[in-house]
Design a protein around this ligand. Structure first.
Ligand SMILES: CC(C)(COP(=O)(O)OP(=O)(O)OC[C@H]1O[C@@H](n2cnc3c(N)ncnc32)[C@H](O)[C@@H]1OP(=O)(O)O)[C@@H](O)C(=O)NCCC(=O)NCCS
Length: 189
């Protein structure tokens, strides 16, 4: 189908050995290293689908579910979950395996929104998405729901912020582990 590409065409997997240079002071793999790998695989997948340069517009929630150890093999699987006009939501699942024991851990799942651009950095339309499996359909629908929830969250946050008065803020701080230092003019908030 012209102007459409299947999910499978841009599916991308990166596997990398976690070497000691990636470790933090605690001996575990640095979160920033994992984020960088996630951004790379998201870019590769998005650029394959779009056939052009892409930028990262946003990242939806990265929870580190389990630590990654030096010596493990980290695999990042990226798929286009959703396409808008110039944007694509790339779902990424990260797993880490201990090659000696074979134990596999699911360490992260996240959703990167990537935007396609032309050579002059103008946003351009990306091909539509051919959904090949029931899972593809579920992921596409889930992405629509997340977009709706994000819009709702943003609107609610702005509304609550706009309605908060000084007394509300003071009440919110009660029982929290903080103290006001010196002569802060909270009326200036
Ligand atoms: C992302 C960026 C290109 C969007 O530019 P813009 O002028 O806001 O473009 P538009 O308003 O036309 O939006 C383009 C698309 O991006 C989406 N988008 C823009 N900001 C977004 C955000 N924060 N989260 C999710 N989607 C976003 C829009 O919904 C739109 O999607 P659609 O075309 O599928 O409908 C621009 O903000 C940018 O260049 N940001 C910096 C990117 C960057 O430096 N990333 C890190 C290094 S790669």
């Amino acid at each position: 189908m012209e102007g459409f590409k299947p999910v499978s065409q841009s599916e991308t997997v990166i596997t990398e050995l976690m070497i000691p240079a990636y470790a933090n002071f605690g001996g575990k793999i640095h979160g920033g290293t994992i984020l960088s790998q996630m951004d790379k695989v998201a870019y590769a997948c998005a650029a394959k689908h779009a056939g052009t340069y892409c930028v990262t517009a946003s990242i939806d929630a990265v929870d580190f579910l389990a630590p990654v150890e030096v010596g493990e093999l980290l695999s990042l699987r990226a798929r286009v979950n959703y396409v808008g006009n110039s944007s694509m939501v790339i779902g990424i699942r990260v797993e880490s395996v201990n090659v000696k024991t074979g134990v596999l851990k699911h360490t992260n799942t996240s959703y990167f929104t990537m935007v396609a651009q032309d050579d002059d950095h103008r946003t351009i339309q990306v091909p539509g998405l051919i959904l090949e499996t029931a899972e593809d359909v579920r992921r596409f629908a889930d992405a629509i729901n997340r977009k709706k929830l994000k819009r709702h969250y943003k609107a609610e946050t702005e509304k609550i912020k706009g309605e908060l008065c000084m007394e509300d803020i003071v009440r919110m701080l009660e029982g929290e582990r903080c103290m006001l230092q010196g002569d802060i003019n909270i009326l200036a908030l």
